[in-house]
Write a protein of this length. Structure first.
Lengths: 364, 238
């Protein structure tokens, strides 16, 4: 063991990094970006929005309603019971609570049964609502004489208590896995084309840039489609992930995501000189997209500034589309699904154009 | 211009930032000629070749190839280009590589002939990653000529090639030139220069001297090309 030789290796390593400013920057910038994003998302995630319809003719409904208002685990607003369902559907509420007309009477008789309507497709939004209600009803204990039993009637618009964590995340994961793997394979093989010199040869041939990009796209898309089928079958048949929509539609959305990933890979490979640099796009491009896509934190609970960012990332739309189909049973007659699919398709066109345009400039 | 010239480079200048890669190069290559570009590493040989295949757009000046003014994608159909490194797909076999380039140029029928021409028919099913460096070079040549180009550009095709194979490759070049193909070949091996009909000496992006090997020797007043080259290069430096 020679300390001198070990030091030579260490020195050589650090010297190399000195020239590769980009890797160095990544090493120190990426952790801040990722952790900052994560912290920002976790700390400032807003609490679920809950509507409260107090129809009680007695005094107790108002007590519960104001207790809900003060609750910190939800953000309560007063609504009328008839508006509730439409607000759940358009996503402005995670749930609403109806305190019925005979609420005070119920309390006297010992069993109170408020109605709780939950949207149900967002993990983590349901339990704070129920908790807040429990606490608010606790405020009654001091007001009502005798023992009072709480028996809230809970209904779910989508999904329900039968859904587990995998059902919630499975829908998004189907798309995400395909997206990530296809991206990595594309960016590395396109880079190979560059480093082994064959791209130079192609550029000196009558091939047009668009032909190269499209050829790559079709090739990798074929591979990705086979992978998509495998992932889908495994999730639905083996893992039994909840699905309420058309399997063909899920496959279609997955295929679109794969095409986005291929084109993103081709486009970004223009900005990498080495495979090492290509892999660096994962923490910079894929991880923030993953965090902001709504997979873990609903986009609507993100801080404003991040919502804007989420709204321009294609993964957000793909995740929303997959969840709509699998958890809510959406089909193409839903305007929200059409919007999601349309945006993803638009991003594909944009990336193909951008990829072809950068190709020649970056050949050298 | 007349069709007599396969390549006509007029006052071509190329800058990469502060680097003057080509400085007013004027060069004409006749049809069916083997034209050798000589010069030290970094002289501008590769840049000049890449300019002629349209990979580099000149900062100023014009390039006309086979009667077509560049940039022109269609003329590339009749041009073959062999890069310094054997640019091949290592995961494909010899035959699959040649087939690929044939398909791009729409010359699918000539794959077998091209492989036989470079004596690789017996190894046609071997993956490129498993064959020797010399075979890779030959496979690369097959890819560059499978579409029967009228103009073939070879960027140091014999670097790292043993003398025996070098002779073999040059026989092939000669054979093609005899059938009317124009060949521009860059090199810094002087015995290869002897095999060219005309030579262009490049240094610092400028064409220093031009002519047949005999003319170059006469200009420099030396016995062999190597001395001639050193003398001419030194003259420009002072």
């Amino acid at each position: 063991m020679s300390g001198h030789r070990v030091a030579a290796i260490t020195r050589r390593l650090l010297q190399g990094f000195r020239r590769d400013r980009r890797t160095l920057a990544l090493l120190f910038v990426a952790p801040l970006v990722i952790l900052g994003l994560l912290g920002y998302l976790m700390r400032s995630s807003s609490v679920p929005a809950v509507g409260v319809a107090n129809e009680d003719q007695g005094p107790l409904g108002a007590v519960v309603a104001s207790a809900l208002d003060r609750s910190t685990s939800i953000s309560a607003s007063s609504i009328s019971a008839s508006d509730g369902d439409s607000k759940l559907k358009d996503g402005s509420l995670a749930g609403y609570i109806v305190l019925p007309a005979n609420f005070s009477q119920q309390a006297q008789s010992g069993v109170i049964a408020p109605e709780v309507h939950l949207e149900g497709s967002q993990p983590g939004a349901s339990s704070p609502v129920l908790q807040a209600l429990q606490q608010a009803l606790g405020a009654l204990a001091s007001q009502a004489p005798g023992a009072v039993r709480f028996a809230p009637k809970v209904t779910y618009l989508y999904g329900g208590p039968g859904l587990d964590t995998l059902d919630y995340f499975g829908a998004a994961a189907i798309g995400l896995i395909v997206f990530f793997l296809v991206f990595v394979i594309t960016i590395v093989s396109f880079l190979n084309e560059r480093s082994q010199g064959t791209l130079e040869r192609l550029m000196a041939s009558p091939l047009r840039r668009g032909e190269i990009v499209l050829g790559y796209m079709v090739g990798f898309t074929l591979l990705a489609l086979v992978q998509s089928i495998e992932v889908l079958v495994f999730c639905l048949a083996v893992l039994k992930v909840h699905n309420q929509g058309s399997v063909l539609l899920i496959f279609g959305i997955e295929a679109l995501m794969a095409i986005v990933a291929v084109n993103l890979g081709i486009f970004l490979s223009m900005f990498a000189r080495t495979e090492f640099q290509a892999v660096q796009f994962i923490p910079l491009v894929i991880v923030p997209q993953f965090l902001l896509s709504g997979i873990l934190f609903p986009v609507s609970s993100e801080p404003r500034a991040l919502q804007v960012l989420s709204d321009v990332l294609p993964l957000t739309y793909a995740v929303s589309a997959l969840r709509d189909v699998m958890l809510k049973g959406a089909d193409l007659t839903w305007p929200s699904l059409d919007l999601d699919v349309g945006v993803v398709a638009g991003v594909i066109v944009l990336l193909i154009v951008a990829g072809s345009a950068t190709l020649r400039r970056r050949i050298a | 211009m007349s069709d007599e010239y396969a390549v006509d480079v007029q006052s071509v200048t190329k800058r990469f930032g502060s680097l003057q890669a080509l400085d007013g190069v004027k060069l004409r290559v006749r049809q069916g000629e083997i034209y050798g570009l000589l010069g030290p590493n970094g002289a501008g040989k590769t840049t000049l070749i890449r300019t002629i295949v349209g990979l580099v757009a000149p900062t100023s000046g014009t390039v006309t190839v086979l009667g077509r003014r560049l940039p022109d994608v269609d003329v590339l159909r009749r041009v073959g280009y062999m890069t310094q490194q054997a640019a091949l797909y290592p995961g494909l076999s010899v035959e699959e590589n040649v087939q690929f380039f044939a398909a791009i140029y729409g010359a699918d029928a000539d794959v077998r002939e091209a492989i036989e021409f470079v004596d690789l028919y017996d190894r046609r099913t071997s993956a490129v990653s498993t064959i020797s460096g010399g075979m890779k070079q030959r496979c690369s040549l097959a890819c560059a000529l499978v579409h029967r180009p009228k103009l073939l550009l070879l960027d140091e095709p014999t670097v790292g090639v043993d003398p025996q194979l070098r002779v073999q490759l040059w026989d092939r070049f000669r054979q093609m030139a005899d059938s009317g193909v124009t060949i521009i070949v860059s090199s810094h091996v002087m015995d290869e220069a002897e095999r060219c009909q005309r030579l262009g000496l490049i240094q610092y992006g400028r064409l220093l001297a031009e002519g047949s090997p005999d003319e170059v020797r006469a200009t420099a007043g030396t016995q062999n090309l190597e001395e001639a080259f050193l003398k001419l290069a030194g003259r420009s430096e002072s």
